[in-house]
Design a protein around this ligand. Structure first.
Ligand SMILES: Cc1cc2nc3c(=O)[nH]c(=O)nc-3n(C[C@H](O)[C@H](O)[C@H](O)COP(=O)(O)OP(=O)(O)OC[C@H]3O[C@@H](n4cnc5c(N)ncnc54)[C@H](O)[C@@H]3O)c2cc1C
Length: 458
């Protein structure tokens, strides 16, 4: 490459786990970046985020200080015998007493090399904030429109302010505006998230109360299963609280906007009519709010021009494998490395191409297999159904490829691809990817999206 390095202006939209992870990775590599966040402060929405071995490797590669900060905030299973289990599968059937009456003692899912831990999303965001300078994140900056202007990207905020940058990375979550900017011209049907035919009720209960309800089953991650319904619980807040999520299969399409909708307490209880009555006592700590589970199972590209997607906006996943945030962390490791290699604006797309090639197949596989796992845990998997031994065996075999992944190899592969593209740049015609986007676009070299979801070709 050998050229003098130009200054590359990079902006990130969204200060969730994905956006902050990328900011940490870039900051660590000495690359200036600004994160624009719509909210006035970090959002406390969400509860425990479990990080598997792959996600822990990612945080190590982002910043060597990250792991110890995470460990100081994270919570593990209470009992030593559950240390290595992501969950213990049990029956949600009072007449079977969690399965004991038919001889089911426990159904551990995990691995010797796996140690279960999770941190509250809010704590994780605070930790991540401490790894970047205070002025890196600009709050109250909602992006309203994205336009391509020659080789640059213009970002317009709701407050009328505009910026022009060389590279824009959308980390704006499952319904983020950057998804439209990247996909509208290529695959408009892929812009909206797809409903997983499942919604959840969730809440947090003080551990002392959880122990009254769940007795010996409180304090460790458990999955209580039944046909079409399930309950996942796990300890958070250093064991002071228990996080719980009730999953309800819903064969109908989701009506209205993809956001939590109020229901009555009676509706919530009647949704779980056939469920283990002891577990329903947890509902006293749940708001009667139905959260639809939506995801992006098939995203045909993570970039268009100099705009790129990272985290849930690219590959939002249902929570069946507790792996969504981990994929955003992996994205950030690979993309921060690639952007550190970029020496001129015209190389930004080459970095995005290499990132897309390395990250998209793996992240999309996580999305698709997570949906399968979620179905299996509510006894809807073909040929497995309510066979708990088969469920546990399947769960024990399906997570290793996610957890045991060599992220360093991804970095090396992405770097090789990027360097090969840069070497070829003066001799080769435009890459297949560029040609595809321009051919399919309604207007060449123009990407645009507005918050209202309308194409805005100026
Ligand atoms: C029930 C449940 C349990 C889960 N459990 C786990 C788990 O155990 N482990 C795991 O790895 N993952 C888990 N996940 C997934 C994980 O929560 C997500 O993958 C992760 O939080 C996504 O982070 P993100 O930064 O990509 O998006 P988000 O957290 O959605 O952040 C996006 C940010 O962008 C901002 N934004 C949006 N639009 C704009 C705009 N126009 N302008 C400016 N800013 C904007 C938002 O305000 C927000 O701050 C779970 C998910 C669910 C639903």
């Amino acid at each position: 490459m050998g050229h003098d390095k130009q200054h590359i202006d990079i902006a990130i939209i969204g200060a969730g786990i994905g956006g902050l992870a990328l900011a940490i990775g870039l900051t660590k590599r000495g690359i200036p970046v600004t994160v624009y966040e719509a909210a006035a402060e970090f959002s406390a929405v969400g509860a425990g985020i479990g990080l598997g071995p792959n996600a822990l490797q990612a945080i190590d590669l982002l910043d060597s200080r990250f792991r110890s900060l995470y460990e100081s905030a994270s919570t593990e299973n209470e009992r030593p015998e559950f240390e290595n289990s992501v969950f213990d599968a049990l029956y949600a059937d009072e007449s079977l007493d969690f399965g004991e009456k038919i001889g089911w003692q426990c159904g551990l899912v995990g691995a010797e090399y796996f140690k279960r831990s999770s941190a509250h999303r809010k704590d994780l965001l605070e930790i991540m904030k401490s790894l970047i300078t205070q002025d890196t994140v600009k709050f109250g900056k909602k992006v309203d429109q994205i336009d391509k202007i020659n080789e640059k990207v213009q970002v317009t905020f709701q407050d009328g302010h505009t910026i022009v940058v060389d590279a824009l990375v959308g980390c704006d979550g499952i319904k983020g505006i950057t998804r439209r900017a990247v996909l509208q011209n290529v695959a408009p049907e892929e812009v909206p998230a797809k409903y997983c035919n499942m919604y959840i009720y969730r809440g947090i209960v003080p551990m002392a109360e959880a122990k009254k309800i769940l007795a010996a089953h409180a304090g460790d991650a458990k999955w209580f299963m039944s046909k079409g319904k399930g309950l996942a619980i796990y300890p958070i807040s250093k064991g002071r609280e228990e996080n719980f999520v009730f999953f309800i299969h819903d064969p109908s399409p989701w009506k209205g906007p993809q956001e939590a909708v109020d229901c009555s307490r009676d509706e919530m209880i009647s949704d779980l009519a056939s469920f283990d009555g002891r577990l329903l006592k947890l509902l006293s700590w749940a708001k009667p709010l139905r959260w639809p589970i939506v995801h992006h199972p098939t995203t045909p590209t993570y970039y268009n021009g100099n705009v790129c997607l990272l985290g849930d906006v690219a590959h939002a996943s249902s929570p069946g494998q507790a792996a969504g945030a981990g994929q955003g962390l992996e994205d950030a490791v690979v993309l921060s490395h690639l952007l550190s290699l970029v020496t001129s604006t015209d190389q930004v797309q080459k970095a995005f191409m290499a990132y897309d090639s390395v990250r998209r197949p793996r992240a999309q596989k996580v999305v698709q297999t997570s949906e399968e796992a979620g179905e299996m845990y509510i006894w809807n998997a073909p040929r497995i159904g309510d066979d708990m031994s088969k469920i546990v065996d399947n769960a024990n075999s399906r997570l290793h490829w996610i957890w045991q992944h060599d992220l360093r190899e991804d970095i090396a592969r992405a770097e090789n691809m990027f360097r090969a593209e840069v070497q070829e740049e003066d001799t080769q015609p435009p890459s297949y990817h560029d040609a595809t986007i321009n051919d399919l676009g309604s207007e060449p070299n123009r990407i645009a999206a507005t918050a209202a979801g309308m194409m805005a070709l100026r």
